[in-house]
Design a protein around this ligand. Structure first.
Ligand code: ATR
Length: 281
């Protein structure tokens, strides 16, 4: 039997958990498929995607640093992908790629479903304005937050993100150097790649109040620096990106296969498997 082919593209991609997640979802539903990790440097991505389509690739996820390129390569994109200007999920339909972005829905599912947080009326600080930040910002607004303040090292990118969101009453950009003057936030989301290397993460303690929740969209070692800062700053709860990863995969799986997988068992399995993953609770 020829298996339906799916994949995740990224650069680097060797340590991706997506193949294990999609294999587990497929087992739940008795669906036979192949899901592999494909390394593609940005300059080679378009050609790699074409080769994948020619080899009967039906759908793929896309991760760093290819999400904005994926959006540009799509013939059609969903509303949430257009608002993000980035795609993490592509489906091959009638010879064309259709793009979607399940990252924001994945984050909101993790925070509200798994962790029982009520996002409504929260003041939210979003650190970063790259592909990751753009993926989650619309979903945070849609979840009913009160205010979104976007701060980025390069201020023009924060301005561009806020302009694209088109909600001037709720979403604003501010300078990184002014973090001290922004007051405190109930939700602080790290969507930067600062700390993904060996760097420390540092920000003013004044951002945190007694019910602040800190979320890093990264997981594993890449989340250590920001979540260490958040704990030291007194955040009530710290959350890494593992739950979001599993939830965005579930959204993609449902798009491709028409069934919603159970995520709790897969999340627990991954959390237990890798001791380098930061404890989120
Ligand atoms: P991603 O897809 O992960 O968002 P990206 O588009 O390259 O990747 O964006 C990386 C983000 O991390 C950007 O917001 C970047 O800030 P700039 O726009 O100023 O480059 C941010 N970033 C990376 N290193 C950083 C650092 N050392 N301090 C603060 N922000 C940093």
């Amino acid at each position: 039997m020829t298996l339906a082919r799916y994949a995740v593209f990224g650069h680097p991609i060797a340590h991706s958990l997506s193949p294990a997640i999609h294999a587990a979802f497929a087992r739940q539903h008795g669906i036979a498929l192949e899901y592999t990790a494909i390394d593609a440097a940005p300059a080679d991505f378009a050609a790699a995607l074409e080769r994948f389509a020619a080899a009967r690739g039906r759908g793929c996820n896309v991760t760093l640093p290819l999400k904005e390129a994926a959006f540009a390569l799509c013939a059609q994109a969903s509303g949430r992908a257009r608002r993000a200007g980035a795609c993490n999920t592509l489906t091959h339909v009638d010879g064309q790629w259709h793009g979607d972005n399940t990252d924001g829905a994945g984050l909101v599912h993790d925070l509200t479903g798994r962790r029982g947080l009520d996002l409504r009326a929260r003041r939210v600080l979003l650190l970063g304005a790259g592909g990751a930040a753009r993926g989650v910002a619309p979903a945070l607004l849609d979840a009913g937050i009160d205010e979104l303040v976007v701060v980025n090292r390069t201020p023009e990118r924060a301005d561009a993100l806020v302009d694209a969101l088109g909600e001037p009453a709720r979403a604003h950009s501010r300078y990184w150097d002014d973090l001290r003057e922004l007051g405190d936030f109930e939700l602080i989301v790290n969507a930067t790649s600062a700390g993904r290397g060996a760097d420390d993460f540092s920000a003013p303690l004044s951002l945190v109040n007694s019910r602040s929740v800190a979320v890093d969209l990264n997981y594993g070692e890449a989340a250590i620096a920001f979540l260490a800062w958040a704990r030291a700053a007194g955040c009530l709860e710290t959350v890494d990106g593992l739950g979001m990863l599993v939830e965005q995969a579930a959204e993609a799986f449902e798009l491709w296969h028409g069934v919603r997988p159970q995520t709790d068992e897969v999340y627990a399995e991954l959390r237990g498997r890798d001791k380098t993953l930061v404890t989120a609770d």
